[in-house]
Design a protein around this ligand. Structure first.
Ligand code: DGL
Length: 287
């Protein structure tokens, strides 16, 4: 039997990572959890995000996953070290804002970084930023409310109103970062440091102009997951002929996850509610 790969996020944003994972690992089974009942993570304290990450990982471990992908920058910053210490045998892959790839791409050496307030305030992010400080200037933008607007928007995807809210949130944040373009002193590269933001990618691109490069992390995370699975002997079952199965779970509104999976991934799986007991903030790891 081929064990599934667990993936979680505060909500539907991690679907941008699941999309890349499915493209890279089409034969694998995935269990995706949207923790919408306890979102947004980005404007909550670390203790909340850590407790939720532990509870969700414990649930995935009970389901015998062979790896966990934390498809959330905020949860990676708050919890990945702790989770790796608690599950030393389990490959745990995290997501962090793609500052390094952006530094390689940028010509003007001025890079915008959109992320949650909590990611930008984390010590993990600070270390990353410090390691690249000599290579470029990073303009950091905490995007309060943008992930939430994207969650709400999918519920009424046909409605002009929802797009209006997302566009307004994008425009506000882009304006706050300064001038975008290819001239000296302008921001020519924009890092989408939250897994929700690729789903507003078209709006962001329209606002900053076609010359500006948007950088996201889904594909790099998928490649890293594949590398780790290959390294863990026998974890890709040779007998598997695929395509892999996808289980979708949420702690919040099932319709939102169902609509998002259908809209962005052409996935039409049923969505199950994660039982309340697994939502406990006090779950402890089983190993
Ligand atoms: N998708 C999450 C991330 O990558 C954050 C969204 C939220 O604030 O809950 O950071």
């Amino acid at each position: 039997m081929n064990a599934p790969i667990g993936v979680f996020d505060s909500g539907i944003g991690g679907l941008s990572v699941l999309k890349a994972l499915r493209a890279e690992l089409p034969l694998e089974d995935f269990i995706y959890i949207a923790d919408s009942g306890h979102a947004p993570y980005g404007e909550r304290d670390d203790a909340h995000v850590l407790a939720r990450s532990r509870a969700l990982t414990a649930h995935l471990v009970q389901k015998n996953v062979k790896a966990v992908v934390i498809a959330c920058n905020t949860a990676t910053a708050a919890a990945i070290n702790q989770l790796r210490a608690e599950y030393p045998q389990l490959p745990i892959i995290g997501v962090e804002p793609a500052l390094k790839p952006a530094a390689l791409l940028s010509r003007t050496r001025r890079i915008g970084v959109m992320a949650t307030r909590s990611t930008l305030a984390s010590s993990r992010f600070k270390l990353l930023l410090d390691s690249l400080a000599s290579q470029a200037e990073f303009v950091l933008q905490p995007c309060d409310g943008l992930a939430d607007a994207i969650e709400r928007g999918i519920k009424a995807q046909a409605g002009a109103e929802s797009a209006t809210e997302i566009i307004a949130a994008c425009a506000r944040n882009i304006r706050a970062m300064g001038q975008f373009g290819l001239e000296n002193g302008e921001i020519d590269t924009l890092v989408l440091g939250c897994t929700h933001y690729p789903f507003a990618g078209d709006h962001l691109q329209a606002l900053v102009g076609a010359d500006v490069t948007l950088v996201e992390t889904g594909e790099a995370v998928a490649r890293q997951t594949q590398r780790l699975l290959r390294a863990a002997a026998g974890s890709i079952g040779p007998a598997v002929t695929g395509p892999g199965r996808i289980s979708l779970l949420t702690t919040g509104d099932a319709y939102t996850l169902k609509a998002a999976a259908a809209h962005w991934l052409a996935l039409h799986e049923p969505v199950d509610l994660l039982p309340t007991r697994s939502n406990s903030l006090h779950s402890t790891p089983s190993s």
